[in-house]
Ligand binder design. Structure first.
Ligand code: DON
Length: 311
């Protein structure tokens, strides 16, 4: 079968019936209460054609997928200086791990683990008060997706704030090393709010188009980042986007991808498509169980792996 719409519908039907769905995140009630039967998928091709199936238009908590957008904004603010404060290596540890920070002097391994994203939030505060930094993130993703309906779920943000002891520890620990320049409460306010962005698969795939298209929003023709920066963000998504499951994701799917504990994954087939999948049940590494399986099947049926010979 080569018809992309048929492939996307077929995968949505297979995922709706899949028996082994993983377990939704349970650390905050608004995530624990999401129905594990949900599955959504959206594929936006380079020419703008959209294929959306299942619950692809239902908003969900994008959580750590937002770290791609906060990194993009932080790079826009301070450029490659960002890399003096955040590394570019896979951590091999859980997303919220603190262990490497001690021996590595408060410099997080990469911008996608929590510690790294907390530093990028600190950078976003460099030119803004917390409220403005949060507003800047919201405006950015709305502009990327071309959809003003995208919102921040305040219930999720508040629940994160009420239970975020480990993130508070990460922030204060990095402040002790001099790698956080603003008060931990302010930085985490920004971080928790961007994690609480609610978006559908369609909105997320639309927002990710610049990573498929060499840094350009194909709809407006506007440059979001340089082509080199888009390549580099994709490289980080491939090597670090699924934490200690990044090797497994590259092995099974072979696309740059970023997961979130809400069960979403944004994946990029450079030059071909921007893809978002969502199913709330997670595997043992905290990545969407069916989201990963759906992407594995999509790539197997389309030949979109970046490791596929081109030509
Ligand atoms: O800070 C946290 O732990 C959550 N708000 C986000 C974590 C997340 O999405 C990790 N991804 N798998």
């Amino acid at each position: 079968m080569t018809d992309l719409s048929a492939i996307v519908s077929e995968i949505a039907a297979e995922m709706a019936a899949a028996p082994d769905r993983g377990t939704p995140a349970s650390y905050i009630p608004p995530l624990a209460s999401v129905d594990p039967a949900r599955f959504g998928i959206a594929v936006i091709e380079a020419d703008g054609t959209a294929h959306v199936a299942g619950d692809g238009d239902m908003p969900f908590s994008i959580q750590s997928i937002s770290k791609v957008f906060s990194l993009t904004l932080a790079l826009g603010a301070v450029g490659d200086q960002l890399w003096t404060r955040v590394g570019r290596e896979p951590s091999g540890s859980a997303f919220n791990s603190i262990v490497q920070l001690e021996t590595e002097h408060g410099i997080p391994r990469n911008p996608f683990i929590n510690a790294g994203a907390i530093v990028t939030s600190d950078i976003l505060l460099g030119r803004n008060a917390p409220r403005e930094a949060i507003g800047e993130m919201l405006r950015f993703v709305r502009a990327l997706a071309g959809d003003e309906a995208i919102f921040i779920d305040e219930t999720v943000a508040r629940a994160e704030q009420d239970t975020g002891y480990r993130n508070m520890a990460l922030a204060n620990y990095m402040r002790a090393f001099g790698n956080l320049h603003h008060p931990a409460e302010h930085v985490l306010g920004v971080y928790f709010h961007h994690c609480a962005l609610a978006m559908s698969c369609r909105q997320l795939a639309l927002a990710g188009r610049y990573l498929m298209a060499g840094g350009i929003n194909p709809e407006t023709g506007r440059s979001i980042v340089s082509a080199q920066r888009a390549r580099r963000i994709n490289a980080l998504m491939l090597t670090c986007g699924h934490y200690d499951g990044s090797g497994e994701f590259a092995f099974r799917v072979g696309l740059p991808g970023k997961s979130g504990v809400g069960g979403g994954i944004l994946a990029v087939a450079p030059g071909i498509a921007s893809i978002a999948v969502w199913s709330p049940g997670l595997n043992e590494r905290g990545n969407s169980q069916l989201g990963t399986l759906a992407l594995e099947r999509l790539v197997a049926r389309t030949g979109w792996s970046i490791f596929e010979p081109r030509g």
